[in-house]
Design a protein around this ligand. Structure first.
Ligand code: SDX
Length: 392
């Protein structure tokens, strides 16, 4: 009963899948999207370019990229009745819960894009999802602030629009800082896909029942929300703020994280696959320095994060378990420097991960994969006879 499950040769019903999208090597700390290294893409590409690469398999030509951006613009209006849904939430609702609900509700207002039947319908569903998801993601912030909900501005770029949607107020124009847009572009690229992580596997398995694209993405949003997954970026910042409030004693928290009787874990450390440095963490750590320097911000939490990383990486407990900083360890420092509230950090992760979810859902549907049915190893009771209640 304790033997490993052998994978069916055809991968059918094994709970595993074949994919051409993302390759990662946890031992070597390698991450590639469609064969391109994450280092090159983060340095040389922009987020929509990488989204196109993940979803359609090739880097777009200039014309293809312009068409993709313009086709997304066709679908950025969200049905006004969706505002009735967001009005039903209290201001204090966590943005990820609101986002999951609004994403699922897109099904009701876009029935034709739920289950695309051909390449044209698939392309339209992709553009609709890319356009509408960005808008409703920012609506969760606007709702929490009691601000009016903004519309996508078709004269602006995709990532520029994130800042416009989040911060434009009726009282006057919002000046978008290009440094911020560049930093966000890089962060979204670094979060865009990551093979069969918890939320992506959720999107694939929900989609494998032929539940629609929006319902599948909504399921992915819910899975990402967890503090062991995408919710870790918010948890990291809360942890750093607590350490700062308590005098910056990182040794105390490293000790706590090692204590078997204490459920506390160093958030932003460890990974299911990377048993080496998460390549994204390296890039984000440098980006954190660059962004804070360019914005002239001296954030004590960055110093605490670096101190914590140094102490942990020299500690046998962490070294022996191959626990390194992951993608979530430094990202919150940058979001905070960009003025994004910590409750929105996991929404940022979702915006970045959206093209990966779409790409993986599309691959699963185009390949006509069977309904997901992960295998199990049964370790329960052997056969036994029923005992009437009087005799129990
Ligand atoms: C993401 O899968 C992906 O690709 C995810 C992701 C993506 O892009 O989609 O990369 C994004 O989710 C990154 C991970 C974000 N989560 C966190 O930072 C939360 C803190 N990390 C841990 O909870 C943990 O490291 C996980 C959940 C990330 C990984 O868990 P594993 O691989 O199941 O590790 P484990 O629970 O089996 O732990 C192995 C040992 C245990 O100790 P022992 O029982 O051997 O004594 O390592 C310890 C754990 O207690 N451990 C930690 C720790 N993580 C693991 N101890 C202290 N602090 C930690 N963070």
């Amino acid at each position: 009963l304790t033997g490993a499950i052998t994978l069916d040769p055809g991968y059918k019903n094994s709970g595993s899948c074949k994919s051409e999208i993302t390759f990662l090597d946890g031992e070597e700390g390698i991450l590639r999207y469609r064969g391109y290294s994450i280092e090159e893409l983060a340095e040389k590409a922009d987020f929509l370019e990488v989204s196109y690469l993940l979803i359609f398999g090739e880097l777009p030509t200039k014309t293809q990229l312009e068409k993709f951006e313009n086709d997304i613009r066709k679908y950025t209006l969200v049905n006004e009745e969706m505002k009735n849904i967001i009005d039903g939430f209290p201001k204090t609702a966590h943005p990820m819960g609101v986002l999951a609900s609004l994403t699922s509700a897109l099904t009701a207002f876009n029935p034709k894009s739920v289950n695309p039947h051909n390449e044209k319908e698939m392309y339209e569903a992709v553009c609709k999802t890319m356009g509408k998801f960005l808008v409703i993601a920012t609506w969760t912030y606007r709702k929490s602030m009691g601000y009016p909900l903004n519309y996508y501005d078709n004269t602006k770029g995709y990532v520029e629009n994130f800042m416009h949607l989040m911060y434009e107020l009726p009282t006057g124009p919002y000046k978008i800082d290009s440094t911020v847009v560049q930093a966000l572009d890089k962060l979204f690229i670094l979060h865009a896909d990551h093979e069969q992580n918890c939320s992506t596997s959720t999107v694939r398995i929900v989609g494998s029942s032929h539940a629609g694209l929006f319902a599948s993405i909504a399921a992915g949003v819910s899975a990402l929300w967890g503090p062991l997954h995408g919710g870790a970026n918010q948890a990291v910042l809360e942890m750093l703020e607590e350490i700062h409030k308590n005098g910056g004693d990182v040794d105390k928290y490293v000790l706590k994280a090692k204590d078997k009787d204490d459920s506390f874990r160093l958030m932003g450390f460890g990974h299911r696959v990377y048993k080496n440095f998460d390549p994204r963490a390296k890039i984000i750590k440098k980006a954190a320095d660059d962004v804070l320097n360019s914005l002239g911000i001296d954030d004590p939490l960055l110093d605490i994060a670096k101190k914590l990383e140094k102490v942990a990486l020299e500690d046998d407990y962490f070294k022996s378990r191959n626990l390194y900083p992951n993608v979530d360890f430094y990202s919150g420092i940058i979001y905070r420097a960009l003025g994004i509230p910590s409750e929105m950090f996991t929404v940022m992760f979702a915006i970045g991960r959206l093209p990966g979810w779409i790409a993986q859902w599309k691959e699963m549907r185009v390949n006509k994969e069977p309904i997901g049915r992960p295998r199990q190893v049964y370790v329960g009771s052997p056969l036994r006879d029923f005992v009437p209640v009087e005799k129990r």
